[in-house]
Design a protein. Structure first.
Length: 461
């Protein structure tokens, strides 16, 4: 879709300079809102402001809602108060909340003052829910019907809800105190006799979300039940809103992006790569790099502790990179698998023991594979006596057993660290692959030289 922006960006800029608003409007109205938003991303904020002013009101609000939050902020600064108020009142409630929660408190209060009383009430209610909760992502625009109504009464009611026509596929049934009872499908309703009671059409499925649930709960629920919309209730089971699948897809993409970035040893970025400022990117990467650098210093400390062994058997130093990289790689594999499994709810904290047993077996088997390769490399290499000395057989055994031990430890440590972080209330993705690799580097050296001392004591050592 980026091709659209590349093709039309220069042409739109020229039309803006010529003040040819009629042709601009015709061009933009020929695209869908997501396509227009793609075009906007290649323009400057003042150019975006011009185009947004000439679009039909409904289209402008939809396009604005499709833009990234950082672009929305810049666009608001370029628009006058009148157009800002129009946009904020017209965009859907959950997209408006996503924008307002990213702004400084003073800016949020200023924008809230531009809303109509009705929209301001909705906005403040959504902002009142905890950050990252379902309540901030739900929309209050849904259709609720009474459980004691007939089909004819429901159809008559729907004719008065034209502004909610996008939400009538599923009609939520409530009692006289607005407690969620169930839901009925529109297609079943329209083919039923007019005098049939709503209670006879209930789906008998108590599926809902709580407004205080975290957003990952919504992602898991939509994946589990394969639905396009879910109701949201408060602590008293009163229906307060709905969450749609398009909102959840955005959340899932955002969560996955943050997890992947954290797995790479980077603090989650707040914007697309090319949009984030260079200074901000350096800050988010420098912290982890510094921590990992300090951690790697312990590797030098460990090697210093075994300085005498290295001096007596210099050949051992040849395999240090091989040993520590193998352990780090196995740990990175394990932690990546477990973090993803925890994120998609394939695993829970209660599964830690089963995971440990599997990783012990897998780590041992993987270590044996690498050990076999190392044995072939040393024992079958030409001039092995010259390169590795007369005790090359013992050196081969040392490397082989060390690989088994280091890979086994890396697999277990990499798989258990996400569980430990989750148990302590931290994000398991913080157990990044570089962090696990650094941890295993240090312990791998200890394992390697300990095994070397046991095998080579009395010969090389």
């Amino acid at each position: 879709m980026a091709v659209i922006g590349n093709l039309f960006g220069p042409e739109l800029r020229e039309l803006i300079q010529q003040r040819d608003f009629t042709q601009l409007r015709e061009i933009l109205c020929g695209f869908s809102a997501p396509d227009v938003a793609e075009i906007f991303c290649d323009l400057k904020p003042d150019e975006e402001a011009v185009l947004l002013r000439i679009l039909p009101r409904e289209v402008a609000a939809e396009v604005f809602g499709q833009l990234p939050v950082e672009d929305q902020e810049k666009l608001l600064q370029a628009l006058g108060n009148e157009h800002v108020a129009q946009i904020l009142n017209d965009i859907v409630a959950d997209e408006r909340t996503a924008l307002l929660e990213e702004l400084p408190a003073a800016a949020t209060q200023k924008l809230l003052a531009l809303l109509t009383p009705e929209e301001r009430k909705i906005a403040t209610e959504l902002l009142g829910y905890p950050r990252g909760s379902i309540g901030r992502r739900m929309t209050p625009h849904y259709v609720a019907i009474q459980q004691n109504w007939t089909v004819a009464e429901v159809l008559a009611f729907l004719r008065t809800q034209e502004h909610k026509r996008d939400a009538v596929n599923q009609l939520y049934v409530v009692d006289n105190k607005s407690h969620l009872v169930d839901y009925v499908r529109l297609r079943n309703l329209v083919v039923s006799p007019p005098q049939m009671s709503v209670l006879e059409l209930l789906e008998n499925q108590q599926i809902y979300l709580r407004a205080t649930d975290d957003q990952e709960t919504a992602v898991a629920a939509f994946r589990k039940y394969d639905v396009t919309m879910l109701p949201v209730v408060d602590s008293k089971d009163v229906l307060v809103g709905v969450v749609t699948v398009d909102d959840v897809l955005e959340l899932a993409e955002k969560e996955a992006t943050e997890d992947i970035q954290k797995l790479g040893g980077v603090e989650a970025l707040d914007a697309p790569y090319l949009k984030i400022g260079m200074l901000s990117m350096i800050k988010k990467r420098a912290g982890w790099l510094a921590i990992l650098f300090v951690g790697e210093m312990f590797t030098a400390t460990a090697m210093g502790y075994f300085e005498d062994e290295i001096a007596k058997a210099v050949v051992l130093a040849l395999f240090v990179p091989l040993i520590i990289s193998s352990g780090g790689n196995s740990g990175s594999q394990a932690t990546s698998l477990i973090i993803r499994a925890l994120a998609v709810r394939d695993l829970t904290l209660a599964d830690w023991w089963h995971v440990m047993k599997r990783e012990v077996v897998a780590g041992f088997a993987l270590g044996c594979v690498l050990a076999a390769i190392a044995l072939c490399r040393i024992l079958l290499w030409p001039h092995k006596e010259v390169i590795y000395g007369p005790h090359y057989g013992l050196v081969a055994a040392t490397v082989a057993f060390s690989l088994i031990g280091v890979v086994l430890f890396g697999s277990v440590a990499g798989s258990m660290l996400p569980f430990i972080l989750r148990r302590l209330g931290f994000d398991p993705a913080a157990a990044s692959a570089p962090f696990v690799a650094t941890l295993v580097d240090v312990t791998g050296l200890v394992i390697y030289f300990t095994i070397a001392y046991q095998i080579l004591h009395g010969t090389l050592l």
